[in-house]
Structure formats: structure tokens, C-alpha cells
Ligand binder design. Structure first.
Ligand code: KG4
Ligand code: ZN
Length: 335
């Protein structure tokens, strides 16, 4: 059997990543997470592009070295083409194009959201069709996955993404960016039923998370006006209650979608799938419907290049190559 060896490159937001995959197996997965944004409480696009420029070659070299693969052994280069920050995407795409020209390799432009779904296919077989809950910093979607290359978005957020709801709440509470992991950690010692936060009205399988963040803002103003030390005293309970409502809102729509689409398996992916409570709740949902509930390994949940290489591998087998004149795209586009 001939070897299909793919170099994957990811630079859509604030992680510079490279991975090597051989016949569907990950040989190396390297991520340089940019810390420069923490002091600003969010990603600063210009700083992200500059950090990608400094990190990208060392990260690719490290991935190839760790995989014991030379550029001459590669079959193709897969790179995130969009959606994401334009300046960030340009760095990865242009480096990938340069390497493809130098080594006469096919270029494979990958959709970042397809890559999050492809993360579920790493190192396992999946019963299809799968219904996938994709929850990241920029997107929240329910995706019906007939095959890795044939997917349909059946629900999405009307405003903020679930990850944004975590990050904006963390900012209101004075926690560092990105706030999701901090809320997750504080919530472990809190009572999820201590305080109530509202769900929004949406149609069918759609989500809305801008209201919950605003309700947290008013809740904190009111409580802190009465007791200036309220947040210090109740941080764990606030985090646990807020996190619980995000999970309830996600699961309510996703469960409705399971009943409607009757999938053979369910998948949870995207950065928010690193959330410990959400993972538990998701696994319980799989048991309730007696179907496999899949979540990627922790290192493949938040942005990484292994998932890009995996999506690229599926496209490579399908002969789905990208022109060297292709441009990045910043907004969601269905492949
Ligand atoms: O997929 P990702 O790495 O980047 C995007 O494509 O957006 O997702 C990043 C998001 C951030 O909003 C971050 O706060 C959230 O994932 N996140 C978490 C956790 N770990 C990362 N949210 C909740 N709990 C976590 N443990
Ligand atoms: Zn992502």
C-alpha cells in the first residue's frame, strides 16, 4: 500500500500549529499558543499575524522532526483556508503555497469547521450518520455528518458562540482570556443550582448566547451594589450556575436534533468540547439514546493541526486539491 503522508498547517486564529499524518495516523502534533493576547482580554488580529510569522516555520520543522519525516516524503500539504482572521489565515496559506511550489506537492485548502469535525475521525471508526455538536470560540453549530466530506449544518447560533459566552463572562468577572478553562475550573467547586440564568427563545435547532452574557452583567451589578465582595465570595457558584445554563441550552437543542435526525452516533467537537461538565453531560446523553458518543482526545479539541491534516487526508483521498491561486476566506462558507 502506498503511503499518504500529509503535513497539516493551522493558523486561523491565535494558535500556530503543524501536524504530520501518515495513512490516517497522527505522527506529530505541535501547537504554539500565543500568549500575547491575554493582557488585552481577547485576540488582537495584528499581533496574531505577527506571532504566526515568527512561529510558523519552527512549528513545521518541529512537527517534521518529531514525525521523522522529510519534506521529500510528503504526499500533500493541507492548510486552513477559512474561516478565521484574514491576516492569520494568510500566513499559513502562503507558507503552505510556498512549500507546495518548492516541493511540487498538491495544496489542500481545508475549512476550519470541517477540520473540527475531522478531529472526531482521528484514530477510530465512526458509525455514520453522526450528529455533531460543534462548539468553539467563533461558532456553535449542529452538523449532520453523512460522511467526513458530506456534511450539512442543521442548526447554528443566531448571535454569540458558546465559547464567546464563556470568554465574555470571564471578562466580566475579571478572569484571564480565554476564560472558558477558568470558568470550567472554578465551577468544579461551585453549586450549579445556586443562581438562575435564562435561556433564549430560538427556532428549532438554533442557539442564542448573547442574552445570557447580558443577564450575567445585570446580575453582577445588582449583587455587587448590595455586597461589594459578592463575586469574591461566590465566584465558584456563579461559574457553576452560568456554565450549567450554557450546557442546558446546548443540550436542549441537540437532544431535539437527535430525536429528529436519529443518527447512528453523536460527536462533540471544537474548543468548548474541552469543558469537563459538557463532556460528562454529552456522554450521558449518548447512554440515554444507546448510541456511541464521541469526543476527540483533549489535544484535538481546541485549535490544532492534526484535525487539519485529518480533514486534508479525506480530501486527498478524494482528489480534492486546491489551486495555488486560492485565497483565504474569513467567513463561514459551506464546502
Ligand atoms: O476551537 P477553538 O480552540 O478556537 C476557535 O475555533 O474558536 O475554541 C476556543 C474556545 C474559547 O472560547 C475557549 O474559552 C473555549 O474554546 N474553551 C473552553 C474550554 N477550553 C477552551 N470553554 C469551556 N471550558 C473549557 N474547558
Ligand atoms: Zn477552532
Amino acid at each position: 500500500m502506498s503511503l499518504s503522508t500529509i503535513l497539516g498547517i493551522e493558523s486561523s486564529c491565535d494558535d500556530t500549529a503543524a501536524a504530520v499524518l501518515c495513512n490516517g495516523k497522527i505522527l506529530a502534533n505541535i501547537t504554539a499558543t500565543q500568549t500575547v493576547h491575554a493582557q488585552y482580554g481577547g485576540v488582537v488580529p495584528e499581533l496574531a499575524s505577527r506571532a504566526h510569522q515568527s512561529n510558523i516555520i519552527p512549528v513545521i520543522v518541529m512537527a517534521l522532526e518529531k514525525a521523522h519525516i522529510t519534506m521529500d516524503e510528503l504526499s500533500a500539504i493541507a492548510v486552513t483556508q477559512g474561516p478565521g482572521l484574514m491576516g492569520s489565515l494568510l500566513v499559513g496559506l502562503n507558507v503552505a503555497k510556498g512549500l507546495c511550489i518548492a516541493k511540487d506537492l498538491p495544496l489542500i485548502g481545508v475549512n476550519h469547521l470541517q477540520a473540527h469535525i475531522a478531529a472526531l475521525f482521528i484514530d477510530r471508526d465512526i458509525a455514520l450518520p453522526m450528529l455533531c455538536l460543534l462548539v468553539s470560540g467563533g461558532h456553535t453549530q449542529i452538523v449532520f455528518v453523512s460522511t467526513p466530506l458530506n456534511t450539512e449544518i442543521v442548526g447554528s447560533t443566531q448571535d454569540d458562540a458558546a465559547g464567546e459566552a464563556f470568554d465574555k463572562a470571564a471578562k466580566l468577572m475579571g478572569l484571564p482570556y480565554p476564560g472558558g478553562p477558568f470558568i470550567d475550573n472554578y465551577a468544579k467547586n461551585g453549586n450549579p443550582l445556586a443562581f438562575g440564568f435564562p435561556d433564549s427563545q430560538t427556532k428549532e435547532f438554533d442557539f442564542s448566547f448573547s442574552g445570557i452574557k447580558t443577564s450575567l452583567l445585570y446580575f453582577l451589578h445588582k449583587r455587587i451594589a448590595i455586597d461589594p465582595l459578592f463575586l469574591e465570595a461566590h465566584l465558584a457558584d456563579v461559574c457553576a450556575s452560568y456554565q450549567r445554563q450554557i450546557i442546558v441550552s446546548l443540550m436542549k437543542r441537540f437532544e431535539k436534533a437527535i430525536q429528529h435526525f436519529k443518527p447512528a452516533s453523536i460527536g462533540l467537537t471544537g474548543g468548548v468540547s474541552a469543558n469537563s461538565e459538557l463532556r460528562q453531560t454529552f456522554l450521558t446523553l449518548g447512554k440515554k439514546y444507546a448510541i456511541p458518543a464521541l469526543i476527540p482526545e483533549f489535544e484535538f479539541c481546541t485549535d490544532n493541526a492534526a484535525m487539519v491534516a485529518m480533514a486534508g487526508y479525506h480530501q486527498y483521498l478524494n482528489g480534492d486539491y486546491t489551486s495555488l491561486s486560492a485565497l483565504p476566506y474569513s467567513r463561514v462558507k459551506q464546502p
